[in-house]
Design a protein around this ligand. Structure first.
Ligand SMILES: *Cc1c(COP(=O)(O)O)cnc(C)c1O
Length: 400
């Protein structure tokens, strides 16, 4: 074990050079309350008991670790899929929203706000608010509301109020601004649920801890199957980085395990239409923390592009920026086309239709030189039902 852990940030929320809490003065009371209370609350036995019960009976955990035989044969290696696609609501995001809502209730909050781009985080948040009977407001860009009608309908059916953000580009960053404005105006009764390992300290650490159940389970499940808790590789896609943080967490300080993070290269890393943050990004401050982000010479955020809405983000969380900077993480990217091809391959070899986000992780299998003795764990972050329209377009194009 190294003397400093990759798992835990400094008391100020730094992972190496990255992290911290860069927030407007008016948000200090809200964020400080969280900073002071999150660890104590998360460690309470009563909290842990309720969190674990809901993960088991409501989410359906532990999710299986499945040996993908035909995919393994294809790559002449051993591939295990961590089936987060089998979680209630179809992806890993609910692990975090359950954790945060239990925390919010213990802080005495009666109102939940969130922002969402594609709607996946909004649906996970609306779901747990219905579960707990608590008011839920989801901010969403007006353009995204038009583009993501099925998820908007889901949120409304679950009882959430979806509020359009009508300023600027009418997309995710405008929704984020609206959510922050709301939180400033309602510091006492409202908790803001952030959906990935991004945002000011303590969010990256808090979300990583909630998602760490993924690698906690992987360790004993892999031991049952192979006799060892340690794989040679763990592969995950990275938007903000929460499924990767969860899949890596209990392996961060096991230096024999290669951690492979796969970003979205869009039309190609150098095409101008990409979301490959580590390849293109420079240090900067976005959404309350210092990290790597895609920006122009004078620090304007560059609009990212990915075929997959969940990876279409111009930054990554500070933990991942540190894993990249320190060399602990192995960062790769996959293009829209590579991801699409990988999704069809997995569907036909394993009978599993992965989310477009996850398809990027599968695409990385082509780039890694895997050996027959390797034991590879791939985090299957979500299912592809939500991406069927995009997949169908591809089938029409290929005449399949
Ligand atoms: C949202 C999402 C992602 C990307 O978010 P991370 O925080 O990087 O995990 C990946 N996969 C699926 C299925 C998602 O819904």
């Amino acid at each position: 074990m190294p003397t400093t852990s990759y798992q835990t940030p400094s008391p100020q929320g730094y992972y190496g050079k990255f992290g911290g809490a860069f927030i407007p003065e008016m948000l200090h009371p809200n964020v400080e309350e969280l900073q002071q209370r999150y660890l104590e609350i998360m460690q309470e036995p009563g909290f842990q008991l309720e969190f674990r019960d809901l993960l088991r009976d409501y989410v359906g955990r532990p999710t299986p670790l499945y040996y993908a035989k035909r995919l393994s044969e294809q790559f002449s290696t051993n591939i295990y899929l961590k089936r987060e696609d089998l979680c209630h609501t179809g992806a890993h995001k609910i692990n975090n929203t359950i954790g945060q809502i239990l925390l919010a209730l213990r802080l005495g909050k009666t109102r939940i706000i969130a922002e969402t781009g594609a709607g996946q985080h909004g649906v996970a948040t609306a779901t747990v608010c219905a579960l707990k009977g608590i008011e839920c407001i989801v901010y969403m860009g007006e353009k995204d509301i038009e583009r993501q009608a099925p998820n908007v309908a889901r949120m409304r059916m679950l009882g959430a109020k979806v509020v359009p953000a009508t300023s600027g580009s009418k997309t995710l960053k405008d929704a984020t601004n609206e959510a922050i404005r709301d939180w400033i105006n309602n510091p006492k009764d409202t908790h803001y649920i952030i959906g990935s390992v991004v945002g000011p300290h303590p969010y990256p650490d808090m979300v990583a801890r909630f998602q760490s159940v993924i690698s906690e389970e992987t360790r004993w499940q892999l031991k049952e199957k192979t006799g060892s808790e340690l794989p040679t590789h763990v592969i995950a896609c990275v938007g903000g980085g929460s499924n990767a943080a969860g899949a890596f967490y209990h392996y961060l300080d096991e230096l024999s395990v290669q951690l492979v993070a796969v970003e979205a290269a869009g039309h190609g890393v150098n095409s101008g239409l990409s979301a490959a943050t580590t390849a293109l990004g420079k240090p900067g401050i976005l959404h309350g923390s210092k990290s790597l982000l895609m920006q122009t010479e004078d620090g304007q955020v560059i609009e990212p592009h990915s075929i997959s809405a969940g990876l279409d983000y111009p930054g990554i969380g500070p933990l991942h920026a540190h894993l990249f900077d320190s060399g602990r993480g192995h960062f790769m990217s996959a293009t829209d086309e590579e991801a699409m091809r990988a999704a069809f391959e997995v569907a036909r070899l394993e009978g599993i239709i992965p989310a477009l986000e996850t398809a990027h992780a599968f695409a990385a299998l082509n780039r890694l030189e895997l050996k027959p003795t390797d034991q590879v764990v791939l985090c299957l972050s979500g299912r592809g039902d939500k991406d069927l329209a995009t997949y169908m377009k591809q089938m029409e194009m290929l005449g399949e």
